[in-house]
Design a protein around this ligand. Sequence first.
Ligand code: SF4
Length: 196
Amino acid sequence: MADMTRRQFLKVTGVTLAGSSLALIGFSPTPALAEVREFKLARATETRNTCPYCSVACGLLMYSLGDGAKNAQASIFHIEGDPDRPVNRGTLCPKGAGLIDFIHSKSRLTHPEYRAPGSDKFERVSWDDALNRVARLMKDDRDKNFIAKNKDGVTVNRWITVGFLGASATTNETAYLTYKVVRSTGVLAFDNQARL
Ligand code: SF4
């Protein structure tokens, strides 16, 4: 205000007066300004998940739109921190906050691929083929390398030629079951990305 010249002051007050006069004769923008914009998450489906990036395991709320039809593919359009997750209480670090770009990245792998021994390229395979192959290889390896007793004759039931990493996007319950199943095979090298 101290730097305002007399001419500038008159200009400002003139514009203000004109605005008030328009409002008095019925051209008030108040109803337009008061119009509530539709909340962008209003019709979205909310899904809870866990950030896949690091072992902090921050909780996420993911919002998707789709018409709910069986053959319609829902698309995620917004992600934010889950305020109910005690780990992060609604916050996300910059990596987690950028997850929407990771999800829609063109280079994101969404199907299993296989590179045959000696080949220089990966080929797409079905989930059934991938899971059957993994199961076959694990069974063969366990049959070959399982250690029932150590050299002193003590039962140890170890399978130490294979390691297992659980995904972060699991609930406590599924992580618990994964742990039980993996340990029951004798695997010692086991970790869960989210350290759940
Ligand atoms: S939001 Fe950040 S801190 Fe949290 S799990 Fe993801 S990468 Fe880790």
